[in-house]
Design a protein around this ligand. Structure first.
Ligand code: COI
Length: 364
């Protein structure tokens, strides 16, 4: 589908010092938008960002028919700008759409739209260690209070200059404390935990607020079964260094197939590490941390990249420190490899990087 463009020239972008950008608050001047009506996507376009006018009965407001993606464009030292593994996001967007009874977006349209938007607003890409965060989203907008799948949708993409996801960690892998939610779960078998449904994030907000009150930056959720296995965090996957092996919970219908998770597992194998997908029982994980067998724990995701976890807090207030130093050596090495590829400083052996803006483009 042809993408129409209405690009309005802008005054010079504001200062884009990655250290001073609060994640998610600044949107670039243009966005991509198209609508689904009568069984087809129509009017694909890039235009100045504007509000939507939606009927109060739009299905998204009542039954949360909404999905999204998160990916990033990185400014290389030569001035070029490149996306990291956008095809994985295009595929996952459609997996989310299927689960949420929404229409697929042609993968080529998804990729073209992301690339054209990044090109249009590339001057808003902060330099290293910043990036341009890309947020494709789909919502059901048919006005109907009956519980049904919408017949009308909007697919739109925003781009946002980004620094660190965690404001307390301006650069590097860093490390945070994480609250373990023993009483609230985010996903159950047969549910939507494996896709990027907006509601998956809504159900974590109450606990994330509680976590922040006790000095934790994120929440680790356990499964819904009585065995209480470790699953995933509010917006990130989790990995452990256990006896020198890299261990992460297996994808099994309740965990998001993270692009960063997949990339780390590949890089770890490249580095000669043994990678194991294994679901720790909560008590087993605690015992392995206390005994020093688990030496490092890390969170990973597009927004968070790789962030060390220096300790867990329990609902009873106890704090369990992890390892001797956070981020630990494996976390730091994986972080450097991954970021090296993303910023074009390390050879891209897996063809993960898609150049969008050529070298020498005038960015700051
Ligand atoms: C991402 O990492 O892209 C996400 O969607 C997670 C969210 C915490 C920002």
């Amino acid at each position: 589908m042809q993408i129409q463009k209405r690009i309005v020239p802008q005054a010079a972008p504001p200062s884009l010092d990655p250290k001073n950008i609060a994640f998610g608050k600044i949107v670039t001047p243009h966005f991509f938008c198209c609508e689904y009506r009568d069984g087809a996507w129509r009017d694909a376009r890039i235009e100045p960002v504007h509000n939507f006018s939606l009927h109060p009965a739009a299905l998204v407001f009542h039954y949360a028919q909404a999905i999204f993606e998160g990916l990033k464009a990185y400014q290389h030292d030569d001035g070029g700008i490149a996306l990291f593994r956008p095809e994985m996001n295009a595929r996952r967007f459609n997996a989310s759409a299927s689960r949420m009874s929404m229409p697929h977006v042609d993968e080529q349209l998804f990729l073209d739209a992301v690339q054209e938007l990044v090109k249009a607003d590339h001057a808003y890409t902060p330099p290293f260690p910043g990036s341009l965060y890309v947020r494709p989203t789909m919502i059901g907008v048919e006005p109907c209070i009956g519980v049904k799948s919408s017949s009308e949708f909007i697919f739109f993409i925003l781009t946002l200059p980004a620094g660190s996801y965690f404001p307390e960690l301006p650069s590097g892998a860093g490390a945070v404390d994480v609250l373990i939610s023993e009483s609230v779960v985010r996903a159950a078998p047969g549910g939507t935990g494996h896709v990027k449904a907006a509601a998956n994030y809504a159900v974590t907000l109450q606990v994330i607020t509680q976590a922040k009150e006790v000095g934790c930056a994120q929440v680790l959720f356990l499964d819904s079964a009585p065995q209480r296995h470790v699953e995933e965090m509010g917006g990130m996957n989790i990995l452990f260094v256990d006896g020198g092996e890299l261990v992460t919970p297996p994808l099994g219908g309740t965990i998001l197939n993270g692009v960063t998770r997949d990339s780390i597992l590949t890089l770890a194998r490249d580095m000669g590490l043994t990678v194991r997908e294994h679901a720790y029982a909560f008590d087993d994980m605690m015992e392995r941390i206390r005994s020093g067998r688990i030496t490092e724990v890390m969170a990973c995701g597009t927004a968070a990249v790789i962030t060390g976890i220096r300790g867990f807090k329990l609902e009873n207030g106890a704090r369990i420190p992890v390892g001797d130093a956070a981020p630990g050596p494996v976390t730091s090495k994986l972080f450097e490899q991954l970021q090296g590829i993303q910023y074009g400083r390390v050879p891209d052996r897996h063809n993960w990087v898609t150049q969008v803006v050529p070298a020498g483009a005038a960015v700051r």
